[in-house]
Design a binder for this molecule. Sequence first.
Ligand code: PLP
Length: 390
Amino acid sequence: MKKINSLKIPIYRDAGFYLENADKTSKAFNEETLHSREPETYIYSRYRNPTVVAVEKQIMELEESGWALLCESGMAAIDIALSVFQKGKDTGNWLFFSEIYGGTNSFIDQVLIKGRGLNIHRYYAENGSYDLNRLEKVLIEIKPELLYFEVISNPMLMVSDVKSILSLAKNTDCKVIIDNTFATPYLLNPLNMGADLVIHSATKYLSGHGNVTAGVVCGNDVALMQNAIEYRKLVGHMLSPDDAYRLGTQMKTFRLRFKQQCRNAGMLAELLEKHPAVETVLYPGLLSLPSHIIARNLFEKDAYGAMLTFDLAGINDADKKKKRDTFIGLISDQIHLIPSLGDTETILLPVEPVWGEKYPLPGMIRLSAGVEEPEELLQLIIGALDKLVE
Ligand code: PLP
């Protein structure tokens, strides 16, 4: 086939690649064991795929990392990132912050503790923040080999003091994995601050249209990333070339989208805070959030993320629940209840039905801001809130 004058990344759907003869086959398999970032010869798409490798390059530029490995979901990225630190019976203590994605918490309980028998410890937040003096003591006491946390927590939007936490972890020789899904590379690049691995659910802001499920592990340590390539190959966590292509195309507008999403979230947070139908607003850009100062010192570009959580006012829990259901009913034709985030459309999720006992707050709603015209969003949301206090 003649060379095509296209500037787009081609989608290579080959399951296995053509190797010409036995010598080339032997050379390709030998080279494969070197786990270079970009293979000379492709063998099999579960090992490496050229479309996927091209999109990984785009993520490396965003996350300012030496390596990026795409996989089929954020959970697959978490599995890869954690598994490369596992050393059989010699695995030491691992420490996880309490305010992390529910799926990650279930993975810890069901896979790491119950299935793999690992020594897991949790570090609990108190009153909307992590006490770093206490963290220092815990790090010295239990000497974890690995620390795992998220930059912005879900659904309370607490911001972790990434620089200080990394410095405490480094003092005790502890490796660190950071889930940067909510903050995104637009707000910070944790590898540049000393994190060992950064993971994303690319299902969220990186793909940004609610139509791709993907994850990525970013890092700079060659040996660690080569182990990650081998693990991804052996457990079959590879992303499909079609999904990689769509992710790559959609990522071209990532900065534009996220900038507008942060603006919309910030504007909404300020207005919601003043509205009589709302009791509390949690948003890292608001002075009222306990971790606001941390966010201000940490994030670049004067932006605070695009997620916000608010609690509706009510005389008791039953009243709050009624108001929540009325509010959702009033806007549900335009702003949909979808259990995800980061889409171009604003979407919402009631907190109590999802988090249950952890956050039994019947008036609480989490909102993922989209890229709509601000006036359009305001009219809808403030209009519905006005009706709650009429
Ligand atoms: N990390 C965070 C912060 C998330 O919110 C999620 C999913 O919501 C994940 C990881 C898992 O990602 P995925 O659903 O793509 O597996």
